[in-house]
Design a protein around this ligand. Sequence first.
Ligand SMILES: Nc1ncnc2c1ncn2[C@@H]1O[C@H](COP(=O)(O)OP(=O)(O)OP(=O)(O)O)[C@@H](O)[C@H]1O
Length: 490
Amino acid sequence: MPTMRHLSPEDRSFFALLTETVYANPFGTDQERLSRLLGRAAPSTVSQADLYDKLMPALETRLEALRQRGLERLDQFCAEDQTLMRQVFLFHGYQHHYRLVDGLIEHQRRGRTSAADLSWIPDLLNRLRDYGFDPQESRRWVALYYQLRRAYDFIERALVGRSEPMRTLRRSLWNSAFTTDLRSYTQLLWGRMQDFSTLLLGETGTGKGSAAAAIGRSGAIPLEGPGHRFARGIEETFIATNLSELSEGLIESELFGHRKGAFTGAVDNHDGLFARCDSYGTLFLDEIGDVSLPVQTKLLRVLQERTFTPVGSHKPQRFEGRIVAATNRSLQELMSGSGFRRDFFYRLSGNIICVPTLRERLADSPDELEELVAALLGRMVGEAADALQAGIMEALSELPANYPWPGNVRELEQALRRIILNGCYVPDALPGGHESAADAWILSAEAGSLDAAELLAGYCRQLYEKLGTYEAVARVTGLDRRTAKRHIHG
Ligand SMILES: Nc1ncnc2c1ncn2[C@@H]1O[C@H](COP(=O)(O)OP(=O)(O)OP(=O)(O)O)[C@@H](O)[C@H]1O
């Protein structure tokens, strides 16, 4: 009967609200829709997706009622309801299988050598087929489920902190993988995000590397072959390099590769990072603010034309991957054009994400310190973390109120190590910011209480504050960039 093929207005509005909610950015601030679906105020969590399981009983009830009416496949719905029901069935399949997808991600993350359990993939494909999805299309949805779970893993779990600045960061990272609308992303942009570069800005130690990894590990990876395997594992999708650690002579060869005989020591052909990063990969260029103008020109060419030429070759090669770059130089510095090409900046800055400082995070949510300490300790000492936590928090409470954490999360990691070893943490930089740290260093130097290493480290830090790049510090001191950086960050 034709009327059977329509959703009731009530079902239609429930499903519309459901899909608008679950296809939006899960780190969004719109709790209102979720509360309406839950029938009560939605509790606050790191991500709204934490609550999607709670929507399942109401969804199951409605789908069961439709089944009773003989409606359980897409082609049994009228055309105007099919788009909506497609999204509903996809969400239903996803909620039933995401834990199995998580199992695969955990397996890959731990680098286990045993074969991963992939038996859920044919099950899921069968379920989608039963809903009436075409087999080719179903493979794409399974790949999208894998992608969504990787994104949750790296955006939600790997980045600790519930403060508003961290929520904003997560929202931006999610958008850089999926845009603001997951539905149009899946239709139009899935597998086509390679030309969307991202520039991460933030002080040293804020976690730009983790943010870059979250973007890099959240890209589209198709399902391939009759054995239903994903084309790449997690480890293969993200290639990171710190440009300030590559000497000027090596940087081009590292990035673009070289041909045999291109220079003394080039005894073989060598693939650079751009060649190794394929269309499923992301190349992370850390400390982009430190590269020389000639290298910037070459990188600009890769961004514009998506080609690069290995040293000693005349044959351009195509770059298939995506670029994420990061710098701890400020936006003003980059835009002022001193040492940084404007056209390069504009080509990189299509998507700028600012990674918040630890002091911004703690100003918004002081409890974030405890959460971070627990996570960092867990990484450092495993199960012993619980026993150490209280003592560490007590030692940290000795710090002045509003201590500014100039070295951000990296400094906090260092503080934890020092507290474990010495029972207390005395910051190298005094509270009050860089000026008082500089004052303290000058006073100590005048008092003759610094050894040679402290003298050099302090001098490098002063220069870095003034000049802004490791390269400039290296030029003035006659050290190489890597050594200068080591002195600056200790
Ligand atoms: N939100 C966070 N949750 C957990 N760990 C974090 C977080 N932010 C930073 N970290 C940790 O802090 C350390 C420093 O982070 P990272 O190296 O990514 O900083 P960065 O901003 O890239 O610094 P730099 O500009 O000096 O390279 C790392 O060990 C990282 O895992």
